[in-house]
Every structure is written in structure tokens, then in C-alpha cells.
Design a protein. Structure first.
Length: 177
């Protein structure tokens, strides 16, 4: 069985409310095992013998049926999430995890990194590696010049987690392996 971490986009923001007990019940009803959630932003961990695409579609459809919420999901295995931690090219910028975050790109997203020049959003930085966009925002996400541009001009459609949450999710997934 594979340990999966499902990162739901746009949950519990902008009026799209989904209680975590409903999310756990929905994932359990899909036949997933050892279902748990982490914080209120749409993170669910579970085990399944299904493949990534099938599991993603199954969870998406179940959430839509249970809540009416049509959310995109970035699905990662425990091993993939651990690799995300080890791959971050921006960890040398700071010891403060509140200045780092990761946008987990949704399936099929093709970033266009040439749409912005680094000086367009300095001192913020973004580096795309694989299916993740790593963000360094030294003045915080709320004051970032980069974050508003990410989805509009870079084509980075995904869901963002701060570095502390990303590490905690990886730790929780490792325990399940």
C-alpha cells in the first residue's frame, strides 16, 4: 500500500468551507485506510493500493459529491513529499521557515518561468523543480511582490503550503510508511 498526501486547493478560504471530519469521512468512504487530516487547509493523509491518478480522481469526485466543492488536488506519495523537502534549492537563504513555502503544482501544469525576470519580484525568489515551485519571501507572504504574480504570469496553478507545514506533512507521512 502507498502512503499518499492529498493537498487540496482553495479549501477553507474564500468561502469554500470543508470541515476536516467531513474530509476524513469522505476519504474513508473511498476505501482509503489510516485516514488523517492535518490543520484546516485541506491536507489529508491515507494509504491506498490505487495508482496516483485513480486515487486523485476518486477523492476529487467523492469530495464533490459530499460537499459540492470542485477542488483541484495535488497528490504526492510519502516518498515524493520527502523528496520535496530534500530538493528545496532555497533553504540556504534563511533559517526562518516562515520565509519559505512550496506551491505543489496540479497535474498537467506547465510553468512558464520566462514570463518574469528575477528583478520583477526581488527580493522574493521562485524556483521550479519538477512539480513544485519553491518560494522565498523574506518580507513574508502577505507583503510578497511575487505571490500575486505566480498564478497570473507564471502559470503556476497549484496549492501552497508553508515550509513548516510541508515538513510536518512529510514527517506524518513517514510515520505511516
Amino acid at each position: 500500500m502507498t502512503v499518499y498526501v492529498a493537498l487540496l486547493g482553495g479549501i477553507n478560504v474564500g468561502g469554500r468551507s470543508l470541515k476536516m471530519d467531513v474530509l476524513r469521512a469522505t476519504a474513508t468512504a473511498c476505501g482509503f485506510e489510516d485516514v488523517s487530516t492535518f490543520i484546516q487547509s485541506g491536507n489529508v493523509l491515507f494509504r491506498s493500493s490505487g495508482g496516483t491518478n485513480a486515487v486523485t480522481q476518486q477523492l476529487h469526485d467523492a469530495i464533490l459529491d459530499a460537499s459540492g466543492i470542485d477542488t483541484s488536488i495535488a497528490m504526492r506519495t510519502a516518498a515524493q513529499l520527502r523528496a520535496v523537502i530534500g530538493t528545496n534549492p532555497l533553504t540556504d537563504r534563511t533559517d526562518d521557515p516562515t520565509k519559505l513555502s512550496v506551491t505543489f503544482l496540479f497535474a498537467g501544469v506547465k510553468p512558464t518561468m520566462n514570463a518574469l525576470s528575477p528583478q520583477d519580484y526581488a527580493p522574493d525568489e521562485v524556483v521550479v523543480v519538477g512539480h513544485e515551485a519553491y518560494l522565498y519571501t523574506p518580507n513574508g507572504m502577505g507583503k510578497s511582490t511575487l505571490v500575486p504574480k505566480v498564478t497570473k504570469r507564471l502559470g503556476l496553478s497549484g496549492t501552497t503550503r508553508n515550509w513548516r507545514s510541508t515538513n510536518k506533512l512529510a514527517d506524518l507521512a513517514d510515520v505511516m510508511r
